[in-house]
Design a protein. Structure first.
Lengths: 785, 86
């Protein structure tokens, strides 16, 4: 087969190399007779004989004549012409290949290469550039820009490039021998393929006219793709691949592409940032990001280009517009709990490193909204529950949109801290009352778990409060009422709240509260021993089932001494207890706190028997009517004389009996208010379904006076706190400047309550008066031990 | 109408009977409160009264008497401190 093919070439008289290969084969092969001998030599003697391998084609190629070169080149040239015309090659490729090989072997590579290079260059310039492109450029120029879809430079280049790739492939195959021998070693020369590409790049892509046109048209294709016009994806892919094969991707295409992307999204941002609703705008941003990613992948753009394009989108649509986005819609999103949009917003802002702006807006929002909840006195009653739902809302956003970002969390804390303390004292008071609501019996019944959850939630608010002394005062007052009036829902719940407060504020804070519990327990024990003593009067003999809580004054809120005249049998019962108490606890005195006493009485009313829970005052007043025959009345003055209650208490008591929901007494004249001169009688029409009735709510309810007292008490206590604190500081510092002393005092007492600057100064004066310290020079104090 | 008391929950507070002052002269805490080391007032932290009629938390006074500078004197009137016998 080979020989017949070679015989088709005889006229050219090519010297056949077949003999030389055979020869070389026999040369390189060791004769079988020599082999055993060599082995013997290796094992027998120390000297090693060198084995020399002679290359197969070591024999010099026969020189070729000028004429032979020309004829061979003619044949090759004819083939090139066919290739350049995309026509089939008439000569056998094998022979062409052989011809190239022979010329190369005959050291004609250089001349052959020069010829080939020139042909390729001329072809690119004459055919591709001149004929195909420059004419198109003229058309484009005449048409006023690259608009027509068919006349696009990218299309033309792509077409030419596809042709050139095929042509170059064929050329390389024919000149393969030269490629693998001469060009591999010749200095400064590249392979046929690379040279072909380089020629194409230099002549076409880097051509001063074509180059810019090509890039522009490519960019236009991407622009069309962005506006969702149909584009030929494979075509663009090819061009992109060509650009990157030609090595101009990074230097030329990438910057232009990024610039165009930037411009496009800059315009898009301008167009939409003010007009679209923020959630829609965020959606748009995400769509654009996805689009750029997708586009980069489907058009085979570089990873670097893709990343940069995505970054450009974020920059133009988000980073440059952060303030606008936040100003236009962040508050609204928070208001309506648009978690998905908030989450998108957070993610985008985080990606462009602009969380700071979001955090600032977040803080600002919490402060503004929080102040609305806290500063409005008419909404005090619902302050805590609205704060709790506000907090829950924010927590939800933190969890689902802001991924528990610490900075956001801190900002939230700081903002809460700030707004909740803007209104002094009241939030603390309201929190104490809210807890009282949870723990008090008869309010909403709830499961243990829910109760604990509520406690934990409200404690979160409690942590922000600076006026902890106000909280303590009100909590103590409410706790006292719960314990003494048996209104506590459960002992367990009370204790679990106590232990929470203990972990929150330390033992110092709860010591007094714990003392209160201890008093109640001790009283219980004491009562059991009282019940079995001789001091207790039998119930059947008209005695009263008496239970006494004997308290240590230091733990409990101070209660005013209310004068009250008790009916003789009641007074006697108390005296009996007192005698018993003093036998057990010598050296003490007992003071009765009648305002906290309460009774269960059996009332034989005109329309049936009832059991009434009442305050002691109510009981004493009602007992007066035992001696009044039905239909007869007592005047306000008569009641007052009999009980010696002061006007304030008496008015409240009579009101609760005669003007409330459950009216055991009736008043003449009728009306809601009680005033001197009013007459009271047993309400003959009194009728209620239930047997047991509670009418002692007035005891639980906080009167404005009580509220004021509590606040005043806190204020008084603060004076002592200030003095103690100043002394502590003076003791450790000995001398200190005025400003520093004030600062440290505020710092150290911050948790207890916010201090008034005037108060601190006043107390310093007092301490100077008491000679705990003295002034030295203008603004320095010295501690006097 | 006839009203009878079934049950009566009364509330009282106790005080030390014999204290002239309200505050302990040593720790400046109310007698009804405790000395700085105790937690619960009453029998756990009783008062002590001297012949000079000055009263203190017992713990406070005992602590004072153990210091050298006290020389066994009442911190209020500098007379020899002796517990009142009555």
């Amino acid at each position: 087969m080979l020989s017949t093919m070679l015989q088709n070439f005889p006229s050219r008289g090519l010297p056949l190399s077949i003999e030389s290969t055979t020869v070389s084969k026999s040369n390189s092969r060791l004769s079988s007779a020599q082999r055993p001998k060599r082995q013997r030599q290796l094992s027998g003697q120390g000297s090693v004989r060198k084995l020399v391998l002679v290359p197969a084609n070591a024999t010099l190629p026969p020189p070729v004549s000028e004429q032979y070169f020309n004829t061979t080149w003619d044949a090759l040239n004819a083939a090139l012409v066919s290739i350049f015309q995309d026509a089939p090659i008439t000569t056998s490729c094998e022979l062409l290949y052989r011809g190239v090989e022979h010329l190369c072997r005959a050291d004609k590579s250089r001349a052959l290469w020069d010829n080939l290079k020139l042909r390729m260059k001329n072809h690119i310039i004459n055919v591709f550039l001149e004929r195909e492109m420059l004419s198109a450029v003229e058309v484009i120029a005449a048409g006023g820009g690259i608009t027509s879809k068919t006349n696009n430079m990218a299309d033309i280049v792509e077409r030419v490039w596809t042709r050139w790739s095929t042509q170059l492939g064929l050329i390389r195959n024919i000149f393969f021998f030269m490629d693998r021998s001469y060009l591999l070693t010749a200095p400064g020369e590249k392979s046929i393929w690379d040279t072909g590409l380089e020629l194409f790049r230099k002549c076409i892509v880097e051509n001063a006219v074509i180059g810019p046109h090509l890039m522009a048209s490519l960019i236009i294709y991407f622009a069309r793709n962005r506006s969702h016009e149909t584009v030929q994806v494979p075509l663009i892919c090819n061009v992109v691949r060509m650009i990157s094969t030609l090595g101009v991707y990074t230097s030329t295409f990438h910057p232009q592409f990024i610039a165009a992307t930037s411009e496009h999204y800059g315009a898009l941002a301008n167009l939409h940032v003010e007009s679209l609703a923020v959630p829609d705008y965020l959606k748009l941003v995400l769509e654009c990001l996805a689009f750029e990613n997708e586009q980069a992948t489907s058009f085979g753009l570089d990873r670097a280009t893709r990343n940069e394009a995505v970054a450009v989108v974020k920059n133009q649509l988000v980073r440059n517009e952060v303030q606008t986005i936040v100003d236009r819609g962040f508050d609204d999103l928070l208001n309506v709990d648009d978690i998905p949009s908030l989450s998108e917003m957070y993610d985008l802002f985080e990606q462009v490193d602009q969380e700071k702006i979001l955090i600032a807006a977040w803080s600002e929002y919490i402060r503004r909204e929080g102040l609305k909840l806290v500063m409005e006195p008419s909404k005090d009653a619902i302050m805590v529950s609205s704060l709790l739902s506000f907090k829950a809302k924010l927590d939800n956003i933190m969890e689902n949109a802001f991924k528990h970002n610490d900075s956001f969390d801190n900002a939230m804390r700081e903002s809460f801290d700030l707004f909740i303390n803007k209104r002094q004292n009241v939030p603390a008071e309201m929190i104490a009352k809210y807890i009282d609501d949870i723990l008090r019996v008869g309010n909403k019944e709830m499961e243990d778990d829910e109760m604990k959850m509520r406690m934990d939630r409200v404690l979160v608010l409690f942590r922000f409060i600076q006026g902890k002394d106000v909280f303590e005062a009100f909590y103590k007052k409410d706790l006292a009422k719960r314990l003494l009036l048996n209104k506590s829902a459960s002992d367990d719940a009370e204790r679990s709240m106590l232990s929470r407060l203990k972990t929150e504020c330390g033992t110092g804070f709860t010591q007094k509260l714990e003392g209160m519990f201890k008093d109640i327990e001790l009283s219980k024990d004491f009562m059991t021993s009282f019940k079995t003593s001789k001091y207790v009067t039998n119930k059947n003999d008209g005695g009263i089932d008496l239970y006494v809580n004997a308290l240590s004054q230091a733990f409990w809120p101070s209660y005013p001494d209310v004068p009250l005249v008790l009916p003789p049998h009641m007074a006697e019962a108390l005296e009996n207890f007192k005698s018993f108490y003093l036998t057990k606890q010598s050296g003490r005195r007992l003071t009765w706190r009648h305002s906290l006493g309460h009774c269960v009485v059996k009332a034989d009313l005109p329309k049936g028997k009832k059991e009434l829970s009442m305050s002691l005052f109510q009981t004493v007043v009602l007992l007066l009517f035992n001696d009044v025959s039905d239909g007869k009345s007592l005047t306000y003055e008569e009641v007052k004389a009999a009980t010696s209650l002061d006007d304030r208490e008496l008015v409240r008591t009579l009101q609760s009996l005669a003007c409330g929901k459950i009216r055991v007494l009736s008043k003449d004249p009728k009306g809601k208010d009680v005033s001197p001169g009013d007459r009271f009688r047993v309400n003959l029409k009194f009728e209620e379904k239930a047997y047991r009735l509670r009418i002692n709510q007035i005891q639980l309810k906080e009167t404005p006076e009580e509220n004021k007292d509590t606040h005043d008490q806190v204020k008084r206590d603060r004076q002592y706190e200030i003095q103690a604190c100043v002394i502590r500081i003076m003791k450790s510092r000995k001398t200190i400047r005025h400003v520093e002393l004030i600062q440290q005092t505020i710092e150290q007492t911050k948790n207890r309550g916010t201090l008034d600057l005037g108060d601190i100064k006043k107390n310093i004066e007092k301490l100077i008066e008491k000679e705990y310290m003295e002034r030295q020079g203008g603004d320095t104090y010295v501690y006097l031990a | 109408m006839k009203v009878t008391i079934n049950r009566w929950n009364a509330v009282s507070t106790w005080h030390w009977d014999h204290a002239q002052e309200e505050l302990c002269g040593i720790c400046r805490v109310a007698f009804e409160g405790t000395c700085p080391t105790c937690k619960y007032p009453g029998d756990d932290c009783p008062l002590i009264i001297g012949e000079c009629k000055h009263a203190f938390h017992m713990h406070c006074l005992l602590k004072w008497l153990t210091t050298e500078s006290s020389k066994g004197l009442c911190p209020m009137c500098r007379r020899k401190f002796k517990t009142a016998t009555d």
